[in-house]
Design a protein around this ligand. Structure first.
Ligand SMILES: [Mn+2]
Length: 317
């Protein structure tokens, strides 16, 4: 039987030039699987030219991208990792490649690839590539192992997300045996900006609770100037400073922005609160949603709506 791995190997063998892409605003799984696959190909196949392309993010400590001209794509194989939908692929020139292969673990289909290695049971694209390297007996050096480890550790939320299982740890253990520099990755992940740390402290010190234990913060527009951060950092970046507190089922972060609106980030442990977000013209997921309002009075009515839900939760235990 010919597997998708066989096809991938066959295609890598038949192209001299390979360009590896991943999604825009890359996280460490996107970058880790991209850079890891590059080194796997360079270390296990002879005479290949492999490029990595795309925009960069805060995670640039992992490695650099290549600048290449348009004509490189003409006779190239494009491999896209950690994303299957055309729109979100970084550097759209993959559309000019001769052939395309997608390697992804997200639960959606591809709208462009010639071949699709789709393993949604795996927690990271980097795990798909690691398992493939194990199956095929590839040579894995310590750089490759470090890249792939970074993808697995972050897409699993440091081995916390529900999909984390024995196979996740087996892949990680394999990479550590191959010399993955785990502590180097952790140092980069856990270090944060001075102002960010100070802002966290401010939040933890000043957040309040409603009668039925909805935690909340109201942030005026001047707060972001005081800490020299963006209002996005105050709003989205800080909301979960009120998460994971025993007895607090719901938490909300209200942040005034430059245009005078108030961004409302609403979060809940178990009970859906998206109806509240919708009531005020917003939306999102059941447990993580938001809306924009124009007055502090409206944030008070949001709080009393959330407080009613919290009261029900507290009663039902
Ligand atoms: Mn991923």
């Amino acid at each position: 039987m010919i597997t998708l791995y066989d096809i991938l190997i066959e295609k890598i063998k038949s192209y001299d030039t390979i360009v590896i892409h991943r999604h825009i605003q890359p996280d460490l799984d996107a970058l880790g699987s991209q850079l890891g696959l590059r080194d796997l190909i360079l270390n296990n196949f002879e005479d290949k030219t492999v490029y990595v392309v795309g925009d960069m993010s805060d995670f640039d400590f992992l490695g650099e991208m290549d600048e290449i001209s348009d004509d490189v794509f003409e006779n190239a194989l494009a491999i896209v990792v950690d994303v299957a939908g055309k729109e979100r692929v970084s550097d759209q020139r993959f559309l000019h490649a001769k052939e395309t292969i997608v390697i992804d673990h997200h639960r959606n289909d591809t709208d462009f690839a010639d071949h699709f290695i789709h393993e949604p049971n795996k927690i990271a694209a980097a795990q798909i590539i690691t398992d493939m390297a194990i199956d095929l007996g590839f040579y894995v050096d310590s750089n490759t192992a470090t890249y792939l480890f970074a993808g697995i550790v972050t897409d699993s939320g440091r081995f916390i997300y529900p999909q984390t299982n024995a196979a996740t740890f087996e892949a990680a253990a394999f990479l550590l045996r191959k010399g993955a520099r785990m502590h180097e990755i952790y140092e980069n992940l856990y270090e944060e900006e001075y102002v960010f740390k100070k802002l966290k402290g401010y939040f933890i010190k000043h957040f309040k609770r409603t009668e039925n234990n909805v935690a909340y913060m109201k942030n005026s527009n001047s707060l972001k100037d005081e800490f020299k951060v963006t209002s996005f950092t105050v709003s989205r970046g800080m909301v979960n400073q009120m998460a994971n507190i025993r007895g607090i089922p719901i938490w909300a972060n209200f942040t005034e922005t430059d245009n005078g609106q108030i961004q409302c980030e609403l979060r809940s442990k178990k009970e859906s609160i998206v109806e509240v977000a919708k009531k005020y013209g917003g939306g999102g997921h059941a447990l993580a949603c938001g809306c924009n309002v124009t007055s502090w009075d409206e944030t008070d009515s949001i709080l009393s709506d959330l407080d009613r839900i919290a009261e029900r939760i507290n009663k039902n235990g």
